[in-house]
Ligand binder design. Structure first.
Ligand code: CP
Ligand code: NVA
Length: 330
């Protein structure tokens, strides 16, 4: 499989075989990391990491993965560059392509990362936009495959705001890989109809199914994977919190939801998560809205069923695979 020179902007652009290849490469790179086998094939190469929004996992995964592959990296933080303020995306792409071998971009609209890719001569990797989070998908698929041994036929239920990057991307990933995707939330938070129709087309090829439901119990019945994300994403205004809490509370992942899911069900979350608003993180939010948790209870988050830290670790192995494959892994 040759993915050299390809951009990685959304899984829509990748076939099930290419996604499987990236997962296999991730598993291989993970095994090599655990065994201490070096993979530094890319000495002399450098990557630029643009972050217009904050990050822990994605930034660290790109930096560690680049270093393991033998490459240098430059982190451009949300305030420390000319991008989007004094310099256009097109000019930025043409400048960075002259110095770097690959560019990661985390920011706002998908159109921005697409423009970056259009004007760049080197691969561009989407580290999260409002619409998609494709590197997260590879980590999620790898974690599910490690746990269940396969992807086809797995029922994944996404609870919460399914119109945004995580809901959209999970629906694409599941439909590409022959999984059963359920968006479980109120109608207002269902993914947009055009994307659902596009995913229905992928599903026809793979045997996947897509279900949108407002019924939390029917939706999560016998699920293999229960997945959620924050109710308010980066870049959204502070004013939406109150309404989100009111509207999405019926879709909080609780012990009752996990008991309703399959016997061997696991819980996943891309993180960061609001699961314990009694402690310092989120305490202010907890007091403001008189709540102790948000999208998932602390009980579920800390339970045996929760695989969120395996998932977080897999960000690094999968991002390493994306960079290696698109830069010409041998
Ligand atoms: N899941 C994820 O993208 O985490 P960060 O925002 O910390 O990168
Ligand atoms: N939906 C979240 C995902 C964070 C990884 C956000 O965009 O903030």
């Amino acid at each position: 499989m040759d993915l050299k020179g390809r951009d990685f902007l959304t899984l829509k652009d990748f076939t099930p075989e290419e996604i499987t290849y990236l997962l296999d490469l991730s598993a291989d790179l993970k095994a090599k990391k655990k065994q201490g086998v070096p993979v530094d094939q890319f000495h002399g190469k450098n990557v630029a990491l643009i972050f217009e929004k904050t990050s822990t996992r994605t930034r660290c995964a790109f930096e560690v993965a680049a270093q393991d592959l033998g490459m240098g990296s430059t982190y451009l933080d949300p305030t420390g560059s000319q991008i989007g303020k004094k310099e256009s995306i097109a000019d930025t792409a043409r400048v960075l392509s002259r110095m770097y071998d690959g560019i990661e971009y985390r920011g706002f609209g998908q159109d921005i990362v697409e423009e970056l890719a259009q004007y760049s001569d080197v691969p561009v990797w989407n580290g999260l936009t409002n619409e998609y989070h494709p590197t997260q998908m590879l980590a999620d698929l790898l974690t599910i495959r490690e746990h269940f041994g396969h992807l086809k036929g797995i029922k994944l239920v996404y609870m919460g705001d399914a119109r945004y990057n995580m809901g959209n991307s999970l629906m694409i990933a599941c439909s590409k890989m022959g999984m059963h995707f359920v968006a479980c939330t109120t109608k207002e938070y269902f993914p947009n109809a055009e994307l659902v129709a596009q995913c229905e087309e992928y599903a026809k090829e793979t045997g996947a199914t897509i279900t949108l439901t407002e019924d939390a119990m029917a939706g999560t019945k016998d699920a293999d994977v229960v997945y959620t994300d924050v109710w308010v994403s980066m870049g959204e205004p502070d004013e939406v919190w109150e309404q989100r809490i009111k509207e999405l509370s019926p879709y909080k992942v609780t012990k009752a939801i996990m008991e309703n899911a399959g016997e061997k069900a696991i819980f996943l979350h891309c993180l960061p998560a609001f699961h314990d608003l009694k402690t310092k993180i989120g305490k202010e939010m907890g007091e403001r809205f008189n709540i102790t948790d948000m999208e998932v209870t602390d009980e579920v988050f800390e339970s045996e069923q929760s695989k969120v830290f395996d998932e977080a670790e897999n960000r690094m192995h999968t991002i390493k695979a994306v960079m290696a494959a698109t830069l010409g892994w041998k």
